[in-house]
Design a protein around this ligand. Structure first.
Ligand code: F6P
Length: 344
């Protein structure tokens, strides 16, 4: 009988998950394995929730956003009995291996299952935040940043017409990649990212100078940036199952807009693109990257290389250890900060 590979997608969804599932299923079948979908992330393995997966079912999902498997932010390691259920269901479902597609949290769970329970697990890197270590890019990022860039350009049109300062808040959690790429690609005038605290005097001086020249300005901020003056309150400290701050109610765009208006006297508006940047059809880049890392995951299973993740290094897809990939976050690096200094 052919070996069975379970596939799950966990954490925040992003465009590219469906092409990655498709790539993995195509390759698995080519190597004589069959696949089964575990629905809603790790919750699927905890509860034994499955759906059929085969070439016919995934043939045309390459252009579809989201994930056909569903997702959740379930962390089985929160409860010992859930870890036990995962191990039991792995056996019950007669899985030879599990391919987990996710970011730092989902793959952190995969790394623990491999390290602590020797489970045959392979990872596929995804996240619109692009903050996963050991891979040059994650799919989902290109689509999300492209959507945010288009939103920023729309704000330029309306801001210029009304002679306003416009502030766009984008997601990206604790990494400023989405904000930085959006700001560069849309010719913004200022960018706020979590890796560098926004200096109040600096942003005010810059906006005044830009506004005097063109009677309009665009600021792009990450949801997790910090303005030295703004401060946090207790309501802003809600955590998810992986212990991450839930950032949606932080209102960074609005706070920066309020600050600019107060300090400069210039009419300012803010907009939040939010989850819209995470949905929709994946770009060509994301379809290709996702397909390649999905195929590689099945190859890692075929070759018995468990505890590994498929990764983009240069223009080659390679296997890297899950432990390395989830050991630390990849935030905006020194060379990118230097580029940022030049452009803003
Ligand atoms: O990690 C992906 C991400 O989109 C972050 O950029 C954002 O902070 C978070 O997910 C939002 O999570 P949720 O979809 O649970 O609101």
């Amino acid at each position: 009988m052919s070996k069975k590979i379970g596939i799950l997608t966990g954490g925040g969804d992003c465009p590219g998950l469906n092409p990655a599932i498709r790539g993995c299923v195509y390759a698995a079948e080519k190597y004589g394995c069959q696949c089964v979908g575990l629905t809603d992330g790790w919750k699927g393995l905890v509860e034994g929730l499955t759906m059929p997966l085969n070439k016919d079912l995934v043939e045309y999902v390459i252009g579809k956003g989201g994930t056909i498997l569903g997702t959740s932010r379930t962390n089985p390691f929160k409860k010992e009995e859930n870890v036990k259920s995962c191990l039991e269901n792995f056996k019950k479902l007669d899985l030879h291996a599990l391919v987990a597609m996710g970011g730092e949290d989902t793959l952190g769970v995969a790394a623990r299952f491999y390290k602590e329970y020797k489970l045959n697990v392979v990872g596929v890197p995804k996240t619109m935040d692009n903050d996963l270590n050991a891979t040059d890019y994650t799919f989902g990022f290109d689509t999300a940043a492209t959507k945010a860039m288009e939103a920023a350009e729309a704000l330029i049109d309306t801001g210029r017409s009304h002679r306003r300062v416009m502030v766009l808040e984008v997601m990206g959690r604790h990494a400023g990649w989405v904000a930085l790429f959006t700001a560069i690609a849309a010719s913004a005038d200022y960018v706020c990212i979590p890796e560098k605290k926004t200096n109040p005097a600096d942003i005010v001086a810059r906006i005044k100078e830009v506004y005097a020249r063109k009677h309009f300005a665009l600021v792009v901020t990450s949801e997790a940036s910090e303005l030295e003056e703004a401060g946090e309150n207790a309501a802003m400290r809600e955590l998810d199952q992986f212990g991450h701050l839930i950032l949606r109610d932080r209102g960074m765009g609005e706070r920066i807009a309020g600050f600019i208006e107060k300090q400069t006297g210039i009419e300012t508006r803010s907009a939040v693109i939010g989850h819209m940047q995470r949905g929709g059809s994946p770009t060509l880049f994301d379809r290709m990257l996702a397909t390649r890392v999905g195929v590689k995951a099945a190859q890692l299973v075929r070759d018995g290389k468990f505890g590994m993740m498929s990764a983009l290094v240069g223009n080659t897809i390679v296997g890297v250890s899950l432990e390395k990939a989830t050991g630390e976050l990849k935030t905006v690096s020194k060379d990118w900060l230097e580029l940022m200094e030049v452009l803003f």
